[in-house]
Write a protein that binds this ligand. Structure first.
Ligand SMILES: [Zn+2]
Length: 153
């Protein structure tokens, strides 16, 4: 999926989490969700995340393997905890906002890396396709519904 789809999914999941009281709508939570929602794609050259880091992660990791796995998520969370505290829930929301949409792609992800099992949903679409646009549209509706609930409308 495209970076903008992951960011939109992060916004939708984050607003739902605020709506249900899992996180507070603080600036640090918003930033952590935004970064975590694009971070796993540091393993692919040319993505939003890979352009922001100096190390060429795509030379060390195959796309949608370690950085999209539970182990990769735990490593990212550990590294983040060195710099900021009490943002694990926001990180988890952002990370899920990345890996769940990628499970809708035909390539799927190696969620249980280093094991080779590919995880994908039965219904898949290609990156940048009409299917991704439909997914994004659903996330926009989810954002609007949760904004309305947060604002008490
Ligand atoms: Zn990805």
């Amino acid at each position: 999926m495209l970076g903008k789809t992951h960011l939109l999914t992060g916004a939708a999941f984050g607003l739902a989490a605020v709506n249900y009281g899992y996180i507070e709508p603080t600036l640090i939570n918003v930033l952590v969700i935004a970064v975590a929602s694009v971070l796993p794609d540091i393993d692919k050259k040319g993505t939003v995340a890979s352009r922001k880091v100096l190390l060429p992660f795509h030379l060390f990791f195959k796309h949608r393997e370690f950085t999209h796995s539970i182990l990769g998520g735990l490593c990212f969370m550990f590294l983040l905890s060195i710099f900021v505290n009490d943002v694990w829930c926001a990180f988890l929301i952002g990370f899920l906002a990345h890996v769940i949409p990628d499970m809708f792609t035909s390539h799927g992800i190696k969620l249980f890396w280093p094991f080779k099992l590919t995880v994908r949903f039965p219904m898949t679409c290609s990156t940048g396709s009409v299917g991704e646009s439909l997914f994004s549209s659903f996330m926009i509706v989810m954002c609007l519904v949760n904004i309305g609930k947060v604002l008490g409308l």
